[in-house]
Design a protein around this ligand. Sequence first.
Ligand SMILES: Cc1cc2nc3c(=O)[nH]c(=O)nc-3n(C[C@H](O)[C@H](O)[C@H](O)COP(=O)(O)OP(=O)(O)OC[C@H]3O[C@@H](n4cnc5c(N)ncnc54)[C@H](O)[C@@H]3O)c2cc1C
Length: 406
Amino acid sequence: MDADVIIVGAGPAGLSAAITLRAAGLRVTLLDREAQAGGIPRHCGHYPYGLREYRRLMQGPAYAARLVAQARAAGAEIRTQTNVVALHPGPRLTVTAPGRVAGGVAGGVAELTARAVLLATGARETPRAARLIGGTKPGGILNTGALQGLVYLGGQRPFRRPVILGTELVAFSAILTCRHLGICPVAMVESGPRATARWPAALFPRLVGIPLHLETEVAEITGRDRVDGVVLRHRGTTRRLACDGVVVTGGFRPEAALLAEAHLARDAGTGGPQVDQYGRCSDPAYFAAGNLLRGVETAGACWAEGRAVARAMLRGLAGALPEGSTPLTASGDALRYAVPQRTAPGEGAALAGLQLRVNRPFRGRALVTAGGATLAHAITALPERRIILPLPSGPGPVTLRLEDAP
Ligand SMILES: Cc1cc2nc3c(=O)[nH]c(=O)nc-3n(C[C@H](O)[C@H](O)[C@H](O)COP(=O)(O)OP(=O)(O)OC[C@H]3O[C@@H](n4cnc5c(N)ncnc54)[C@H](O)[C@@H]3O)c2cc1C
């Protein structure tokens, strides 16, 4: 064994899990493909990070550095520039890294084994190609993560007057990033009737003088080498807006490329691995935590989930987790996904309840049935907004049904 537990991904979820597992005396190795550990917060040079974890407001890089230092001080081994390229039963991982991988073969490829593996590879934004936006393919189209990497890590100013596409919370992070370098977005565009982020974040663009176009789509991006404009479509009419860049924000999906060829069951709704309430995958030697499970949450939520799933792993390694699970039956045409996808009989769930999202604006009830009892929860939600319901802990299958209000 190369370690008791190998963690893939050194963001908030992986790091908090490493600290928890080290506190129990396990040998822990964290692998991350980036040159530095810390995950997304490393390039988010803005607040608010750290409130739940350290009881203070921090900017992303300081928060990431503190978590990494804590994991190192706890004795976790952190290997950066180490890309996990395949998952196998065992558990066994194939990894690549520049030069010779410790314990591996020449040429930068190695096989690593452990008693258990935690997957914490995070999420990524939906790129332009998947959004079916027409037009040319000039330079100057970025997602928020790439924008932040250029601005905070590279000190570059990729454009001066971009359009920001989307109104999830991360779009406001894009505005903050732009303002950091004196970039002035010319518009924010949202296809729905309201901003996705909750009040008061949704007021922010107006406060800083950025027009917010609701019920509007970017039909086309124009420009040859560089973006020179977008064509906006609003209720059947189109008009051109001059700009020199487009920031495509949000639409987070699990970073689950590793699952494509793996033996682990995958959920069609989230795109991430299927897990039970302990974060345990279909191969019980593998666990998962953080944004890989469902798209984006706050760093604090991922940090807490990493710790909770690590505690479940300790129980699993001690043979104290219940065996077997039943699929959660979820229905309702407004339902995009529900996590966990399976439930095992037993107490002490690691995941924070039954997490769901809808695929359209929804007002109605969620009916959760277990052990012959049904609980009804009133819900009003927009797509991409988090919904968390209590997860029944009794034995037997759980069903979830979304019912629109009459
Ligand atoms: C632009 C932006 C702004 C944000 N602003 C805030 C904010 O202000 N406050 C807040 O609380 N939250 C914010 N968030 C959310 C928060 O940063 C994330 O929810 C959090 O970082 C998720 O933690 P994670 O550990 O699940 O994943 P990540 O932080 O994404 O870490 C995953 C790690 O896995 C590694 N990895 C992926 N695949 C592999 C592989 N195959 N092999 C090896 N390594 C791999 C990646 O390199 C990465 O380091 C923001 C998110 C974004 C995108």
